[in-house]
Design a protein around this ligand. Structure first.
Ligand code: KG4
Ligand code: ZN
Length: 333
């Protein structure tokens, strides 16, 4: 059935429509970057206010772009969490009223379930049994996914998420916010071996990640330089820092693939938009004969197509739609 997805967990107000076969008919994202950039990060109160201003108009744009009317919708999926409580409540309240007024089912999904579902958008035949790396602003998690959609946690970050490492690094390098795309861009003009940063290993969990040491290494490195030198070497520093993050992601992810004994790997979440990571993953997966599921760029960072896709799968698997759906700011998978 045709499904509308709504996503308001952080700083993007997004709405998307998928048809009954899972094809994306519309995917509209209204970014709040200009609202938050002068604060160097997302301000929860401002995020909620911006969602209130945008959610109806973004949803109507998605419906228009899909060439549909309200009556064509068969169900609504909305992000329940994890995310900012006030921001989630905006999307959930809006989705509830809409589902109630239209008399159609409402299904709440986890934001992480959404990121995972993005691997199958436009690629329905990608194997369900695979390793999934979610690398975003709040998560760096490795899962072993099975045929029925079950997930077994294989490893996770013990401190910062990969996206957080990008964002904090960019701030230290004077590149601004959001950091990931800015480091990605700056690094293209730099040499990744001019400055070598540490690649942390975690003693306790073989497949866990740690990025806080890398962040501290950058801080100490910059403290030994004057501002002019930092500006002059910004591209090399960005490239070296990015390479350290990418190396760790590749090392742990392919170790997980070996350990799980699977032949397919999905890499999702905002950091999967990183051009260097995409190139390195493609190369390595090719060498090892692993089928790689990388979402198109518009489905890597937060979007509602992935929420609609997760909602569709949840309904297919028999999850009951319910108006009891509440915000779950700290929910895990
Ligand atoms: O999935 P996402 O949009 O939101 C969360 O669920 O957190 O991920 C956002 C994160 C941010 O930390 C952002 O800097 C990072 O993804 N990101 C990137 C790139 N684009 C977004 N990191 C590296 N390279 C990129 N091109
Ligand atoms: Zn996300």
């Amino acid at each position: 059935m045709t499904i509308l997805g709504i996503e308001t967990s952080c700083d993007e107000t997004a709405a998307a429509v998928l048809d009954g076969e899972g094809h994306v008919l519309a995917n509209v994202i209204s970014s709040q970057h200009t609202v938050h950039e002068r604060f160097g990060g997302v301000v929860p109160e401002l995020a909620s206010r911006a969602h209130i201003q945008n959610v109806d108009h973004v949803t109507r744009r998605a419906l228009d772009a899909a060439g549909l009317t309200w009556q064509d919708l068969g169900a609504i999926a909305v992000t329940q969490g994890p995310g900012l409580a006030g921001a989630l409540l905006v999307g959930i309240s809006y989705a509830k009223s809409l589902a109630y007024a239209l008399g159609i089912p409402l299904v709440g999904v986890s934001h992480l379930e959404g990121h995972i579902a993005s691997a199958w958008i436009d690629r329905p035949s990608f194997p369900r049994t695979c390793v999934v790396l979610i690398a975003s602003g709040g998560h760096t998690h490795l899962f072993h996914a099975d045929e029925s959609g079950g997930l077994r946690l294989m490893g996770r970050t013990i401190d910062d998420a990969a996206g957080e490492a990008f964002d904090k690094g960019a701030q230290m390098l004077g590149l601004g916010y959001p950091g990931g795309p800015l480091i990605d861009q700056a690094a293209r003009k730099g040499n990744p071996v001019t400055v070598r940063f540490p690649r942390s290993r975690v003693r306790t969990g073989q497949l866990d990640f740690s990025f806080s040491g890398l962040k501290t290494a950058l801080l100490y490195h910059l403290q030994r330089m004057d501002q002019q030198a930092i500006t002059r070497q910004q591209a090399d520093l960005a490239a070296g820092y990015q390479e350290a993050i990418v190396d760790v992601l590749i090392r742990q992810t392919f170790a997980a693939v070996r350990q799980a004994g699977v032949s397919a790997l999905a890499v999702v979440g905002g950091v999967s938009a990183n051009s260097r990571l995409r190139a390195r993953l493609t190369e390595r997966a090719g060498e090892e004969g692993i089928e790689l599921g990388l979402p198109a760029l518009s489905y890597c960072t937060d979007n509602a197509a992935m929420i609609a896709a997760a909602g569709q799968r949840a309904l297919e698997q028999g999850r009951l739609a319910s108006f009891e759906c509440e915000a779950m700011p700290n929910c895990a998978l």
